[in-house]
Design a binder for this molecule. Structure first.
Ligand code: AFP
Length: 335
């Protein structure tokens, strides 16, 4: 529903969130700063082919992946925007081995920001969708800065989470535990305007997103579930259509609006799969659950997984509640 005069992000936060129970001082500017990172990266992406920002830096990151120039640019943007923000006392990134503690922002800085600065890096050089994912925790100790252990918390302890989607338009979608809201950047006025109010994911969809090139590495239950989705049976809305963009944020955004399921299962040689619990799975699980969906490892709720390592990976099935429940039933051998 588009209002008379679309609501700007900053107005929305003041009207709706600055007062909610989980919000400490500075919550509004934290979200505003995430949106600023979005503007900075979107501006570069719009002219990517004209700037020397495509290709790799030649470095390898803590995940063992080749670092794209845009990965480094996006990571720097987050660090620069939050370093002097005053409200975040620690930063942890998928691109950085160790967290950055910000004593200059402490003790007034009550937030910890965990983020995937650029999601879908394999898409950077071919103008395909990209994203960024963020998760916010509270650090309400006034005696010291957070330890690494205090950054490794269950998804249920997040006070806010969301993503930036760099698609045909740039969007910020997030939750603070009171529903999910989407804002579209109007480059003409440089403002994020409310475009998607209280997003609710359909209970069941018609689309699945998975890298089927890994099919032979999956468990029997996962294979049977994918086979099940492809059976021709109109009554149950099958076969599902396959859509996979290489960018988790873009695939989850599509599901949030139209329903369905995204899977990145465990593999015989990598039972924990590929996706990162703290930077990808937990924040997107919070958003999808707040929209009425579900996020699972196949055997347990993502947001109840106890993190053991900062860069821990986890199998992920996320999307419409009934689709994820069905996937769990196959993976657990109940059907
Ligand atoms: P990168 O950001 O390293 O490209 O990974 C993207 C991602 O985390 C997620 O966005 C994709 O859905 C998935 O990994 C793609 O992985 P595959 O290339 O193995 O399918």
């Amino acid at each position: 529903m588009i209002r008379e005069f679309p609501l700007t992000l900053s107005r929305f936060i003041i009207e709706n969130q600055a007062s909610h129970q989980g919000a400490a001082e500075g919550f509004s500017s934290l979200v505003t700063q995430v949106s600023l990172v979005g503007k900075l990266i979107a501006q570069d992406l719009r002219r990517a082919g004209l700037l020397d920002i495509l290709g790799s830096t030649g470095d390898t990151n803590v995940q063992g992946e080749t670092v794209k120039k845009l990965d480094a640019i996006a990571n720097d943007a987050f660090v620069k925007v939050f370093q002097h923000s005053g409200y975040v006392c620690a930063l942890a990134s998928e691109e950085m081995e160790k967290p950055i503690l910000l004593p200059g922002n402490w003790p007034q800085g009550k937030y910890i920001l965990l983020f995937d600065p650029l999601d879908g890096s394999s898409n950077t050089d071919n103008n395909m969708p990209l994203g960024a994912i963020f998760s916010v925790l509270m650090h309400d100790r006034s005696d010291r800065l957070p330890t690494d252990e205090e950054l490794m918390r269950r998804g249920t302890q997040q006070v806010a989470a969301g993503y930036l989607l760099y698609g045909s338009s740039t969007m910020l979608v997030y939750t603070v535990g009171q529903g999910v809201y989407g804002f579209t950047l109007d480059p003409g006025i440089g403002e994020y305007l409310l475009s998607h109010e209280r997003i609710t994911i359909p209970d069941k969809g018609k689309i699945y997103s998975a890298n089927e090139g890994n099919y032979n590495k999956w468990s029997g239950g996962t294979k049977r579930y994918l086979d099940f989705l492809k059976i021709n049976d109109k009554a149950t809305g099958r076969p599902y259509s396959s859509r996979y963009s290489g960018c988790l944020v873009a695939d989850v955004h599509r599901l949030l609006l139209g329903g369905g399921i995204y899977l990145y299962p465990g593999e015989t040689d990598k039972p924990e799969g590929k996706l990162r619990l703290l930077y990808e799975a937990n924040p997107l699980a919070f958003v999808v659950e707040q929209a009425g969906g579900r996020a699972s490892t196949g055997t347990s709720r993502i947001m109840e997984v106890e993190p053991k390592k900062l860069h821990q990976r986890v199998p992920l099935m996320i999307g419409s509640r009934r689709d994820v429940e069905q996937a769990e039933a196959f993976i657990q051998g109940r059907v």
